[in-house]
Design a protein around this ligand. Sequence first.
Ligand SMILES: [Zn+2]
Length: 394
Amino acid sequence: MSSLLVDDIGELVTNVAGAGGPLGVRRRAAVLVEDGEVAWVGPAADAPAADRRIDAAGAAVLPGFVDSHAHLVFAGDRAAEFAARMAGEPYTGGGIRTTVGATRAASDGELRATVRRLHAEALRQGTTTIEIKSGYGLTVADEARSLRIATEVSTETTFLGAHVVPAEYAARPDDYVSLVCGPMLAAAAPYARWIDVFCERGAFDADHARAILACGQAMGLGVRVHANQLGPGPGVRLGVELGAASVDHCTHLTDADVDALASTTTDDGQSATVATLLPGAEFSTRSPYPDARRLLDAGVTVALATDCNPGSSYTSSMPFCIALAVREMGMTPAEAVWAATAGGARALRRDDIGVLRPGARADLIILDAPSHLHLAYRPGVPLVRQVLHNGVPR
Ligand SMILES: [Zn+2]
């Protein structure tokens, strides 16, 4: 068994709450890694011997980012649509069908190349766990192959057959819901841990969304919901009703929505249903940002994720999302860093990632900076110097 010591850490963010605040910050620390797990965390002066050593040279070390919401399986890009939006056209979600057409026409090899390219791009920027959704196939075969390809790079895979009603079912959405709940779910479930629905005007209403999510639950899948992105709606409360791990976007919330989320708070002070905010989407659609401060003040657990997709948020950068959350959404740098690491883990119901303590996965990043503050303070700068994924330097 070989061991690796990350030594001379100036600021270690552990996310183990206690004397170091909610981020569990330790100064002049070291982390011992064995067998892909954290074996020891403590003062650098007391560090045990190890086979290999990485000198952090006084820099900040954090848990790897947990991106709990991404759509990486697609073909084509929609740069022209982005340009049109920036010239004044509104975002409606209708462009999803453009990507569906390109994705259906793509070979397995083309889809696989895109997934691997984006996965590697995210890893370079410090993302050590990424959730990947289907949702651009929208046929039985195309949804199943999207998820099969996603499982090649992540265990956090989500069936999103209910992304939009595809054009060929536009006149008979009930039939499409039956297809999603029946043969499509049966083909997708072996490759998925989660089920998700785009519950929004123009996509799926509350009755359709409830039916689809219940079918997924009956197949053993956990629930996530795209909710309240483009306007007020039933998505957040539906997610709470079904015990969703996360409701995502949460841009347009009523007091009743916030209260519903807060009502899921458990003994550890975190809400069982996490509000996952995706500021890359508001940035790329020039829309008002969600109010993170309101959620945090109500006691709701908040996660940050990229929503990486070719239409509404083509970024894989968690540091970019942290910077937006601090500048535009009322979060402190510490809250944003927690939301991008431990919050994402909570949104995936994982306790082995987003945290650096003995027994956790050795997923960590070394910054080219002395403090986590620099992630928001120096926006757009590639501050992630080195990534350890499962204890392996990348
Ligand atoms: Zn999404």
